[in-house]
Design a binder for this molecule. Structure first.
Ligand code: PAF
Length: 283
């Protein structure tokens, strides 16, 4: 595996692969890698010929008072994991490489979908996320990109951005592959932020999936949310639990006949965790 830190070197390596007719798969990450990321890389290896993984803790997607400073930075361990699982390139740029002082970086806005749920609690988060993802797509020039379903609102926004850019010819086609959330044996969605949790808090965090699973037993929104809230540990501070359309994130009164999604965000101690479950009642 090659460790690349500059956009210039990355462009050369990718161009050479493309000239050889290879499909480039790209997995963007902020590091602190876990088995969820490993699953994205494995999938990328299956569906493409050359796999680039980026590690960049993007300051633009953290709000004031969030965990940008303490976000785990574990580049050496991450690099070893990526090399072991067979990624071809680890792109680990500096902030100056992503946001050059003299550069014309296009700032993106996530619009209304960026202002609800995650976006309501974390104003500006999705604008910053889309801005860096767009920049990384420009630098990596991938054919396929791989995102985890745990960050469902992120996936929806990136998909919409790509569809818009591709439809107006602003970007060559990129296929977005949404990969299933990887969970521990008790169902806790793997997340880099889980490493902030004490052993006791892991138990509390596991009640997020319990809440989603209980809620999923009911079609009616009010019943679903009541059941979900009852299953969540009282030690978790709920931000939101909602029943929404799986793709548009519009609130639904019932999941009957719909492809719906239950979404949850809660604080366990100071750690903010999210999860979601798709409920397909279309057949
Ligand atoms: O999901 C993440 O880790 C980040 O939001 C991403 C996509 C790498 C952009 O910084």
């Amino acid at each position: 595996m090659q460790l690349i830190q500059t956009a210039h070197e990355l462009a050369e390596v990718v161009a050479e692969q493309k000239r050889a007719g290879r499909k480039i798969g790209f997995v963007p990450t902020m590091g602190a890698l876990h088995q969820g990321h490993a699953a994205l890389v494995e999938r990328a290896k299956l569906e493409s010929d050359f796999v680039v993984v980026s590690i960049f803790v993007n300051p633009l997607q953290f709000g004031a008072g969030e965990d940008f400073d303490k976000y785990p930075r574990t580049l050496d361990v991450d690099a070893r994991l990526l090399s072991d699982i067979g990624a071809d390139v680890l792109f680990a740029p500096s902030a100056a490489e992503i946001y050059p002082a003299d550069g014309q970086i296009k700032r993106l806005s996530a619009g209304e979908l960026g202002e609800v749920f995650e976006g309501k609690t974390r104003p500006g988060h999705f604008d910053g996320m889309l801005t860096v993802v767009n920049r990384l797509f420009d630098l990596v020039n991938p054919d396929l990109v791989f995102f985890g379903a745990k960050d469902a609102q992120q996936v929806a926004l990136v998909r919409r951005m790509l569809n818009e850019q591709i439809s107006v010819g602003e970007r060559a086609p990129i296929r977005l592959v949404e990969c299933e959330t990887v969970r521990d044996l008790a169902g806790l969605a793997l997340s880099s932020r889980n490493r902030y949790l004490s052993e006791h808090q892991v138990g509390v965090a596991r009640t997020l999936i319990a809440a989603l699973r209980e809620a999923a037993k009911f079609e009616d929104r009010a019943k679903a949310l009541d059941a979900g809230k009852a299953a969540l540990s009282p030690e978790a501070r709920l931000d939101y639990l909602e029943l929404v359309d799986a793709d548009s994130f519009e609130v639904l009164e019932s999941s009957k006949g719909k492809k719906a999604r239950l979404i949850i965000a809660a604080y366990v101690g100071d750690t903010r965790l999210i999860d979601n479950l798709v409920i397909d009642r279309t057949s």
